[in-house]
Each structure stands twice: as C-alpha cells, then as structure tokens.
Design a protein around this ligand. Sequence first.
Ligand SMILES: Cc1cc2nc3c(=O)[nH]c(=O)nc-3n(C[C@H](O)[C@H](O)[C@H](O)COP(=O)(O)O)c2cc1C
Length: 209
Amino acid sequence: MSTLTNLKWRYATKRMNGQKVPAEKLENILEAIQLAPTSIGMQPFTVLVVEDAGLRAKIAPAIYNQPQITEGSHVLVFAAWKEYTNENVDNYINHIATLRGIPAESLGGMRNMITGAIAGKTPEQLLLWNQKQAYIALGTGLVAAAEEQVDATPMEGFDPDALDAALGLNEKGLRSTVILVLGYRDAEKDYLSGAAKVRRVKDELFVRL
Ligand SMILES: Cc1cc2nc3c(=O)[nH]c(=O)nc-3n(C[C@H](O)[C@H](O)[C@H](O)COP(=O)(O)O)c2cc1C
C-alpha cells in the first residue's frame, strides 16, 4: 500500500488487543526511528523500548492508566538528554570520522560549531531543543508503524516526573518527553476504530505562495 493509504489507515488507537508485534516489524520501526534526522545529527535522546508486561503495568499509573500501555505490545518512551557532555560531542565527532573515513581533526570546525550551539543555550533551552528532536523521531516512527500495518498511539498524556521516577531516568540524565505505544487495535472495543479522519482542509492548512 502507498504511504498515503497507510496514513489514512492509521489512527491513534485507544484500545489494543494484546497481540505482540513481530520482532521483524518492531526492528523496522526502530530502524526508522534511528534514521530520523535531527538538528546537528546528534540524536540527543534515548528511546526505552518497554516490552516486559510487569514493567508496563508498573509505569501505567504514571501514564494515567491509559489502556494501551498494558494492552499494547511495546511502549516506546522517548527520553530527551538533559545535558550534553564533552564525551557526547567527542563520541559523535569520532563516529563521523570513523564512518566516513576521515581524520577527526578535520572536523574541528564542526566540533566548535556544536559546542558553541550547546554553550549558547540555557539548560531549559537545551532540553527543549533535545525534546524537539525526539518529536521528529516520534513522527518518523508513526509513519513507519503505519507502513508495517502496526497500530500505534502517540502519547503526551503522562506525568513526566512520575515516569522519570518509575524508570530511573533522572539518574541517567534523561527526561521522558513523548511515548509511542505499538500494538494492534481492538476494533470492537475501540470507539475510534473506523471513525472518519478529522483534519483541517488543505486550503486552510497550506498557504501556497
Ligand atoms: C504528540 C501527541 C500526543 C498525543 N497524546 C495522546 C494521548 O496521551 N493519548 C491518546 O489516546 N492519544 C493521544 N494523541 C492522539 C491524538 O489525539 C490524535 O493523534 C489526533 O487526534 C489525530 O487523530 P489520529 O491520530 O487518530 O488521526 C496524541 C497525539 C500526538 C501527536
């Protein structure tokens, strides 16, 4: 099916049926998330892939007990980095150098650009910047899930402080930002299954200049 057909098929699934997402489909969705572009390219977030049913039940209260958490197959928690370390930057520069077969020293200008961009931001601005990058990955994951005919629910409806505590994210310098639940729709229980898609009309949404 075409991407547009798949995007019309997908919806933010409210009730899931507990069916597991096959490993190959999961890996394809994760790889699409890995391939999402980010500002500067540093991918300043970590994605926790929570499959364990006990752990999903444990974090459900922090996500206001939305039923998809326990009815779904995998809960992806996009957690933004709260800060950058010199090691993060060095690792990134060395990674580019290795993959592209160039000396790390030749990337000095880029290194300065990155450290300058980081130094110019307050901790709040830095977190917001990183969270925006996580949202790009979320969107990419949503499209990939639709292409795999896997249902998915993006979620902002959770208490980040409670979720960070439940997953021990503070100690890791991470902030829970947005969630993507993967699974399969329970068409009978889900009042939104088969509902018409509601979107602004193109003439309002796009201004063609
Ligand atoms: C960033 C984001 C956060 C959302 N948070 C929730 C949520 O916590 N729970 C939920 O059931 N749906 C949530 N939604 C689903 C939206 O309500 C839904 O995507 C929107 O109404 C468009 O409908 P559709 O995705 O079914 O086409 C969220 C969507 C996005 C993109």
